[in-house]
Design a protein around this ligand. Structure first.
Ligand code: ADP
Ligand code: MG
Length: 365
């Protein structure tokens, strides 16, 4: 996808509030029918980007295109967009059916047609028998389904969702995530979804833009963001990551040899970014890609001895924290308790960590 055939295209967009730059040269392309998420910590500019897309806020420079059309000067109600907010904006004095039908009132539709459309939305929302209920008689999850139904009934080409599940408790949120994903695939509308919750973004999205301080750090699929983070910030924001300091020894034939503090010399794929001998790099390894054993493993590509000082038993898996000489931070290891998990009894003991070169991500400093 290029910016010319993208359905939504942010091109070098900047936004200033007075002296403060909230959005810094963001360029993002979103495909038709994608479930696309903006992910980043609070204050990184997600809502600002969404509001500019909707037209509630102007850009300071750059341009936003929807369906090939530049959006500057196009007011919100003329953009093919609808928006759902975190605090379900539904009307307490109306029943569910009238809430869903609210946006249709300006369209001159025959009553029978309108009722059909509402019934279809009630079915889609898994609330077929709730049409006559008062909005005040609904749970948080049900209210949020109504808010979604009310937006979807207008058949926007794009639906913007700003942390719509943020007010729900964890169990309900996870259930709603699956429903939302299924709903989006059913209606085929492009979703631009905002969240600060990385697990939520990974679960829902076709692709994600990871943001920090107004910039887009990396735009990629969930799997690629996790397995091939572009830099240290993305690597530490998505999941847990161990970082080690290293220096490039040599580069040849697409492979790089790196001398890593505490781990010794390792070989990894050099990737596409050129590396130079003598250059400082970070080595990143995910906790689940390390194997913890009591004896020195004989078939491992790489191994290092350490001291297990801390363990957390979490049911289906355990987290271990291992001190390795020459490495400042304890190395995090995550392991499935396929056999019964171990209870370390709070005791420190010598262990071995092993991994292979496929586990390694090389990041430029
Ligand atoms: N109308 C505004 N005036 C001044 N500063 C704003 C305004 N809207 C947002 N900001 C600032 O811009 C930054 C990004 O805000 P926002 O887009 O709401 O972040 P997020 O949604 O990622 O939490 C924040 O520092 C926020 O304080
Ligand atoms: Mg926000």
């Amino acid at each position: 996808m290029t910016q010319d055939n993208a359905f939504i295209s942010f091109r070098n967009v900047n936004k200033f509030f007075g002296q403060f730059q909230a959005i810094n040269d963001v360029s993002i392309n979103i495909d038709h029918g994608e479930f696309f998420s903006l992910l980043g910590p609070s204050g990184c500019g997600k809502t600002t980007l969404l509001r500019m897309l909707a037209g509630f806020e102007g850009v300071s420079s750059g341009e936003i295109y929807i369906d090939g059309q530049p959006m500057s000067g196009v007011p919100p109600h003329q953009r093919p967009i609808n928006m759902v907010f975190q605090n379900y904006a539904i009307f307490p004095h109306l029943n569910v059916r009238d809430n869903i039908a609210y946006g249709l009132r300006k369209q001159k539709l025959p009553r029978a047609k309108r009722l059909d459309m509402v019934d279809e939305m009630l079915d889609l929302s898994k609330l077929p028998d709730y049409g006559d209920r008062k909005a005040t008689q609904l749970s948080g999850g049900q209210r949020q389904r109504i808010a979604l139904a009310r937006a979807l009934i207008l058949r926007p080409k794009v639906l913007l969702l700003d942390e719509p599940l943020g007010a729900l408790d964890k169990q309900l949120r996870e259930k709603m995530q699956l429903e939302l994903r299924a709903l989006q695939k059913t209606v085929g509308i492009t979703f631009v979804f905002v969240t600060h919750d990385q697990e939520e973004a990974l679960t829902l999205s076709d692709r994600i833009a990871v943001m920090s301080e107004g910039r887009d750090l990396q735009v990629d699929t969930p799997a690629r963001l996790y397995e091939y983070p572009a830099n240290r910030e993305v690597a530490s924001f998505i999941g847990t990551m161990n970082f080690f300091d290293g220096k490039v020894v040599s580069v040849a034939d697409g492979e790089v040899v790196i001398n890593v503090d505490g781990l010794g010399e390792i070989t990894a794929s050099a990737g596409t970014d050129p590396l130079l001998a003598g250059q400082s790099v970070s080595i990143a390894i995910r906790p689940e890609k390390l194997t913890l054993t009591h004896e020195k493993p004989d078939d491992a590509q790489y191994s290092v001895k350490g001291q297990l000082n801390n363990a957390a038993y979490l049911g289906e898996r355990s987290h271990y924290y291992v001190d390795v000489g020459g490495v400042l931070q304890a190395v995090a290891v995550s392991s499935q308790n396929r056999n019964r998990g171990e209870d370390t009894g709070g005791q420190s003991r010598p262990v071995w960590l092993s991994w292979d070169s496929a586990a390694i991500v090389v990041l430029k400093d």
